[in-house]
Design a protein around this ligand. Structure first.
Ligand code: HEC
Ligand code: HEC
Length: 307
């Protein structure tokens, strides 16, 4: 019997702690020198097989950290099937990729490097190219005892990504105690976000990014991508996608895993219809959108300093 209570207690504690939204730390921890090296790598096209594509080709750092097109275009103009999510605040996602196929930033980096549509390369090829560059060679050996390796490459890129946070949104200021940071409409939007249960899927420090859910929990949603099922082949996992972080969502159109939805208004309408199922009037919908726009932060300080 006590086991049932313990389980109940743990479930409730988990649900409560998860539904709390906490502000982003003002001074996120990362290794400064490694982040500088990682920034160079992030912009380096030698990470792709034909030296044409860098991480920054699909993650435009000053435009929301995504590429503003429905599905990304990789090597030799090849089109992918999914929308590029933002790399801003990705360090706070518990799951990376739309289907959560990587847990950490380090693990994530291997994806685009090997993906035949994105960079179509591999570490052996990249290491041999980078080793020919004496400046890189020195920078790597100064920071990593084994020099240029798959570990040091992924580690440096991840340290750079850890610097890409936007802690100064209006909503973060509100959460830190500035009760005047949100106006009446925005506050009402936040209340509705909680009341209508958006927060049950988009929660935690990144206001999303920590769980997979079915798109179409209330009403079936039409998409040809099976999401998590593509990995597990488990029927129950069909149409499960990451409830994305809503931070900077104002800047990351188009929306959803396939980038098929052009505006934030349309994305919220779909959420209301397919995930929530309440009838929400025009004024309430507008306030929810006003609230979502308070999640927009400034360009990360690391980039502002233009290092
Ligand atoms: C050709 C375009 C392209 C390139 C190049 C690319 N990405 Fe991405 N990135 C994407 C797409 C598309 C996704 C989503 C893929 C999925 O979920 O199936 C993604 C996902 C991510 C994510 C996960 C974010 C989240 O919220 O799930 C991170 C982090 C990321 N990329 C970083 C990088 C890094 C670092 C590089 C360079 C090593 C890189 N990307 C290269 C298009 C690209
Ligand atoms: C049952 C879980 C669930 C609920 C409740 C929910 N969402 Fe979502 N949300 C998701 C999932 C899963 C996705 C990703 C869907 C996809 O790409 O196919 C998503 C995506 C989004 C997106 C698009 C993000 C992007 O970058 O493409 C927005 C905006 C959004 N949700 C807002 C809301 C709002 C506002 C509410 C409340 C009215 C809400 N959501 C309720 C699970 C949920």
């Amino acid at each position: 019997m006590y086991k049932i209570f313990l389980l109940l207690f743990l479930t409730i504690t988990f649900a409560i702690s998860n539904s709390i939204i906490t502000p982003l730390p003002m001074n996120p921890k990362y290794n400064y020198k490694k982040a500088l090296l990682g920034k160079k790598l992030f912009f380096d096209t030698r990470l792709s097989h034909d030296n044409t594509i860098s991480c920054a080709s699909c993650h435009l750092l000053k435009e929301g950290g995504d590429d503003n097109i429905p599905v990304s275009i990789g090597i030799a103009g090849k089109k992918g099937t999914r929308n590029a999510p933002t790399v801003l605040n990705a360090r706070y996602n518990k799951l990376q990729f739309w289907d959560g196929n990587a847990k950490t930033l380090e693990e994530q980096v291997k994806g685009p490097i090997h993906n035949q549509i994105e960079m179509a390369s591999n570490f052996k090829e990249i290491i041999s190219k980078l080793k020919k560059d004496e400046k890189y060679h020195k920078e790597f050996t100064d920071l990593y005892s084994n020099g240029i390796t798959s570990f040091s490459i992924t580690n440096a890129i991840s340290e750079f990504e850890k610097a890409l946070t936007t802690p100064d949104s209006k909503f973060d200021n509100y959460l830190r105690g500035d009760k005047t940071a949100l106006n009446t409409n925005e506050l009402n939007g936040y209340q509705l976000f909680k009341d209508y249960g958006c927060i049950s899927c988009h929660n935690g420090i990144n206001i999303g990014g920590n769980l997979l859910q079915k798109i179409g929990t209330i009403e079936e949603y039409d998409t040809s991508d099976f999401g998590l099922y593509n990995i597990t082949k488990n029927n129950e996992d069909k149409f499960y996608f990451k409830a994305s972080s809503l931070r900077n969502v104002e800047l990351t159109a188009p929306y959803f895993h396939d980038g098929s939805i052009e505006t934030l208004e349309a994305a919220v309408n779909i959420m209301i219809k397919h995930q929530v199922g309440f009838l929400i009037d025009e004024k309430e919908r507008a306030d929810i959108i006003k609230f979502l726009k308070t999640l927009t932060g400034k360009t990360p300080e690391f980039l502002r300093e233009n290092k």
